[in-house]
Design a binder for this molecule. Structure first.
Ligand code: GCV
Length: 662
């Protein structure tokens, strides 16, 4: 199957002021990564300017780009510096990786038509870990995948080909430096990936990744000592188990010396874990950490641990409390090469959630923020939902764990508590579709995640604009149109789906389309408890107490119905339909209005897209158009299901007299 090059499609650029720099490369350091960096420059120079680059190993007279190592430790492992010296642009870094990132920066600058002299001198990523998680199954399907099948696995075989390389290039170009290739739900024989049955082939992927500065991780099955090793236990304190993992780690590093480590989903949604042996998660994680430690590996341990066999009649257990309840009390007990991976919200990647109270709560534990690029609950890459604004809100959230440097961005960058193993991870939206992400515009989320993980102070708009100009050749007016489409899309999606942070009104299992009571009487702990008078779960100090998991000023903010941000009102409070919001509207009228508005906004988006008909290539234009048509149908369905549901519950009519089905 053919695949596209996304933002690395270096189409012709005319009149670029600094193109002469691309004529000569002075490559002062050799190695796989820097050689790949030079290949990128060659490709870009040829495709953008028709220039065939000359590469020399010593610095000559002609205008050009110098690539060299430096000793500037302040740049860290991945940072770089770009300076001008006479007719030369000097790109230097302490590592080859830094040079690779700098090269992609130069190409980005040129592709956007920006003069090279505007490049900032030093560029150091905010986050040390900028990770991608694949939920690719060994059989080739992708859990929550909406863009085809896996390009790593098919039929329990590992695939390594040109696409693997193009993928590594794409990821490196946006600064990704760690990738876990298999699903955290380790099944279909994927437990065996850590054994010599598959390691030679995993190594082939790891080698390609390494050439682009990326470390490979594997998701592991906590019960592997039983399922693979034939032991009778996976108890982390059992010597046989400890030994089994130590031997497994040794073998992995014999094949892949640069192996990153393990990603672990334990005691979650049916996955095995230390709870089965009455051990806590620190004991569970530390055992693996010890096995990896001699080789420099890390354990990334997910905090998505909750009771998924709840009784809907039980109003005491609150799933939103679970991650904090399970982990905050064991802060300080984790080994230094364990990193806890925390989902952005306390529940599960809904279109609107508060920030997880675990951020800022664990002062002595490395933390990674996990977001979901795959649009499981946000339209499944059929509906458009540009997610960078959501991630920005999460990163900018002030935890109040300290007076200063207390945002989530500070915590996961290590600025708050001085953690060194931390950063961001994201569940990817890629598959083997020719455009990688199903919806062409969903590639903005993939691109945006990488750029944001590198530099959390970039704005959503800057990132969107950059992605547009890297991907399409549009004039300013059309670029603005596409920007507007992207920038409004999260709010639009939120408008026509579940209101004010209540979440979950989706069809069960596959999670697309409305089903208001789909999860209501089920076991997953995701209840809205609507009756004819009110809706919502009281999570305040008077209710489940979940608000008390935040630092006091946030507890107060959320506890008080008058100060609680409106968009989270139904997450934290149980509210009667006639409650007046700050806008002066009743809750019910707000629900009706946003749902009518959401559909109108989709219609607007489509009109805007249609103005791009002549300027976007026909294949892409049509692909997106087809998805927009489906989105319109979906939004109408949501509007009508939600409005009808609440009308039937309350028998209160829409003030504006619009049509609501009875
Ligand atoms: C990989 C949600 C998804 C699951 C996913 C899980 C997780 O529950 O629906 O498909 O499993 O999150 O993050 O582990």
């Amino acid at each position: 199957m053919k695949w596209e090059q996304l933002w690395l499609n270096y189409n012709k650029t005319t009149n670029y002021i600094d193109k002469e720099y691309f004529a000569n490369i002075y490559q002062m350091t050799q190695g796989d990564i820097v050689n790949n960096a030079v290949k990128e420059l060659k490709m870009a120079a040829m495709e953008m300017f028709g220039i065939s680059i000359t590469v020399e190993k010593s610095i000559g007279e002609k205008q050009g780009i110098i690539l060299q190592l430096n000793n500037d430790d302040s740049l860290g492992e991945d940072g770089y510096q770009i300076e001008f010296e006479g007719s030369k642009l000097v790109l230097s870094a302490p590592t080859q990786k830094g040079i690779l990132y700098g090269v992609f920066h130069i190409i980005r600058q040129a592709k956007q038509g920006e003069p090279l002299r505007n490049i900032h001198k030093k560029n150091i990523p905010n986050n040390k870990y900028r990770m991608i998680n694949h939920w690719d199954d060994f059989g080739g399907n992708i859990e929550r995948g909406y863009s085809g099948k896996s390009f790593f696995f098919g039929n329990r075989e590992i695939m390594v080909n040109e696409r693997t390389k193009d993928y590594a290039r794409l990821m490196a170009s946006i600064g990704i430096n760690q990738i876990s290739i298999n699903n955290v739900n380790v099944r279909e024989g994927a437990s065996w990936l850590v054994t010599k049955k598959y390691l030679p082939k995993v190594k082939e992927i790891a080698d390609i990744f390494e050439g682009y500065g990326i470390k490979l991780f594997l998701s592991i099955n906590y019960a592997s000592p039983i399922d693979v090793g034939g032991l009778d236990t996976a108890d982390p304190l059992d010597d046989k188990v400890i030994n089994w993992w130590q031997e497994a780690a040794k073998e992995i590093y014999e094949y892949i010396p640069n192996f990153g480590g393990f990603l672990v989903k334990a005691d979650s949604e049916g996955r095995p874990g230390p709870f089965s042996y009455n051990r806590d998660h620190a004991q569970g994680a530390n055992m693996l950490a010890k096995a990896l430690e001699p080789f420099g590996g890390v354990v990334i341990w997910r905090c998505f641990v909750y009771n998924c066999r709840q009784d809907w009649r039980d109003t005491k257990t609150d799933r939103a409390r679970a991650a904090y309840d399970n982990f905050a009390t064991i802060d300080g007990f984790f080994a230094s090469n364990v990193i806890l991976q925390v989902k952005n919200g306390p529940v599960d990647f809904q279109v609107r959630e508060p920030v997880s109270p675990l951020f800022g709560a664990m002062k002595s534990t490395n933390q990674i923020l996990e977001v979901q690029i795959a649009q499981e609950y946000t339209g499944q890459q059929i509906d458009l939902c540009y997610l960078v604004p959501m991630w920005k809100e999460v990163l900018d959230f002030r935890t109040h764990c300290k007076e200063k440097l207390d945002t989530v961005a500070d915590v996961v960058a290590g600025r708050t508590f001085g953690h060194v193993k931390c950063g961001m991870a994201a569940v990817t939206n890629t598959g083997d579709d020719s455009n990688w992400s199903g919806h062409d515009l969903a590639a903005a989320n993939l691109y945006g995640y990488g750029r944001l993980a590198w530099n959390t102070s970039l704005s959503s708009e800057e990132i969107a604009r950059e992605w547009i100009s890297m991907t399409y050749n549009l004039d300013k007016m059309h670029e603005d149109t596409l920007l507007e489409i992207l920038m409004g899309s999260w709010a639009t999606y939120e408008n026509y789906t579940s209101p004010l942070g209540i979440g979950w009104m989706v069809n069960i299992s596959h999670h697309y389309g409305p089903n208001v009571e789909g999860y209501e009487y089920d076991v997953w702990g995701t209840y809205h408890r609507a009756n004819h008078l009110a809706i919502g779960v009281d999570r305040t100090s008077k209710g489940t107490g979940m608000t008390q998991q935040y630092y006091p000023s946030n507890t107060r903010l959320y506890d008080n119905i008058d100060t609680c941000p409106q968009e989270l009102l139904l997450f934290f409070h149980r509210i009667p339909y006639n409650h007046k919001l700050q806008s002066g509207k009743t809750l019910l009228q707000h629900i009706y209005d946003t749902h009518f508005k959401g559909v109108e906004e989709v219609e607007e988006m489509i009109k805007k897209w249609e103005t791009l008909n002549e300027v976007i290539c026909p294949v892409v234009y049509e692909r997106v158009k087809v998805r927009f048509d489906r989105q319109l149908e979906n939004s109408k369905n949501w509007r009508d299901v939600i409005n009808t549901y609440f009308y039937r519950k309350t028998l209160i009519k829409d003030e504006k007299g619009r049509h609501i089905y009875e």
